[in-house]
Design a protein around this ligand. Structure first.
Ligand SMILES: [Zn+2]
Length: 418
């Protein structure tokens, strides 16, 4: 996956939003660690970071794995073999053991370390820092990239913000902090086989191959920095543009209230006004509305729509409830973010860009013919507005100040690795 460019933010909001939403969907929405395992006293500081386990691929018994670069394979019992790059290695599973066999020989162990020989490890044409590890759980073998957390971030930040202009450096630093916070949250979950996926199920990671100097500089400039709330790793959410005001998290994710994920103004005149989706329109014909109501609104039988109105808004002004008044005297209401995914664009099939919109009823000779939604912003609206961060960076605002605006009450702290 290539870097997400500045303008393609608009095309792939899901790519940016999914990683963070996925935590909620997976039932960990209220995850805030009770205690922090990160020391903040100087005496505990060690220069080495700690490792993160990124899941690159999964295999079954009989699969073939090909690593593109030469490597040494070491079993956890201590035996080792050296293998040339590009050579197929067959995976066989028996009991607790993983066996790899190929031209260079056979090696078995309950876990196998795959270490680079002179050049970085390469897998599926992507180069990686650190080392690979094969671990087994039941009938599945996971190929993990195990590497220093800070090195991992170098392969994430370039995929978050495609802009490489130095004026956006403070926004890149925000992206580095966001990626670090997200990775730490995953590490703190202490999942069994790996910490996170290498794709948008968590956050997109492109290894050494996607690194750029400016992104690496943003990671280095924020080395160990994490956003904390009352001593715990904060949950950082972000999205493309807010349209002027961000959203309270409980309106989007039905979870407990998180004080720093509250609605804030994106500056006095909306820092995100340069976003191409700062203002948008979407039209739905009466027929289309009926089919949406039949599919997602519980409409049965024949009915005509007389009018559509917004019957509730969230505090930030986003639509909370839509009411469809029908010719049979009844009405149908649709609630919450369900609306966003029910009303897909006829052209792009994408969901509504945001929930911040007004409804205009359209008519043809006095007969209801459809609606036009006039909206602002792109994304769920919770947390950091990326376009707002970009503009502030351009205006010379520090990353601390940008994060403070979107996550009020949090503090940027320097983590002491041990
Ligand atoms: Zn904004």
């Amino acid at each position: 996956m290539g870097p997400v460019s500045f303008f393609s933010f608009q095309k792939f909001p899901a790519l940016l939003l999914f990683p963070l939403i996925s935590i909620f969907l997976s039932g960990c929405s209220v995850f805030i660690p009770e205690t922090s395992r990160y020391e903040t006293s100087d005496s505990e500081f060690l220069k080495a970071g700690f490792d993160i386990r990124v899941n690159l691929a999964e295999y079954k018994n009989g699969s073939v794995i090909i690593v593109g670069s030469p490597l040494t394979i070491v079993s956890n019992e201590g035996s080792s073999i050296t293998v040339q790059g590009g050579v197929p290695l067959k995976i066989s599973l028996s009991g607790n053991n993983i066996t790899l066999s190929g031209e260079a020989g056979t090696i078995s162990g309950s876990s196998l370390q795959l270490k680079s020989v002179s050049v970085p490890l390469e897998f599926r044409k992507v180069k990686y820092r650190g080392e690979f590890k094969l671990v087994k759980d039941g009938g599945t073998v996971f190929l993990l990239n195990v590497l220093d957390l800070e090195d991992y971030l170098r392969g994430v930040v370039p995929l978050e913000i495609g802009l490489k202009n130095p004026v956006y450096f403070e926004a890149l630093k925000c992206a580095a902090v966001a990626a670090r916070n997200f990775a730490l949250m995953k590490i703190e979950m202490k999942l069994k086989n790996f910490d996170l996926h290498a794709d948008t199920r968590d956050q997109a990671y492109g290894g050494l191959s996607v690194e750029t100097k400016i992104d690496n500089d943003a990671v280095t400039a924020t080395y160990g920095e994490i956003l904390k709330y009352e001593g715990n790793t904060a949950q950082i959410f972000y999205f493309s543009s807010c349209g002027g005001t961000t959203e309270e998290s409980t309106e989007v994710f039905s979870s407990r209230k998180i004080p720093y994920l509250t609605s804030v103004n994106c500056g006095p005149d909306a820092f995100c006004s340069a976003s191409p989706s700062f203002r948008w329109r979407e039209t739905f014909t009466a027929n289309r509305l009926i089919s949406i109501l039949k599919r997602d609104g519980g409409l049965k039988g024949d009915a005509k729509i007389l009018s559509v109105e917004i019957t509730a808004k969230t505090q930030s002004g986003r639509v909370k409830e839509l009411r469809f008044n029908l010719d049979n005297g009844s009405n149908i209401t649709m609630n919450g973010t369900k609306i966003r995914y029910a009303f897909r664009s006829e052209v792009s099939q994408e969901s509504l860009r945001s929930m911040l919109f007004e409804v205009k009823n359209l008519n043809n000779s006095g007969v209801f013919s459809g609606v036009e939604f006039e909206g602002r912003g792109y994304g769920h609206g919770v947390g950091m507005c990326q376009w707002g961060a970009l503009t502030q960076s351009k205006n010379g605002v520090s990353h601390e100040k940008i994060l403070e605006l979107y996550f009020p009450g949090t503090k940027l702290e320097k983590m002491r690795y041990r």
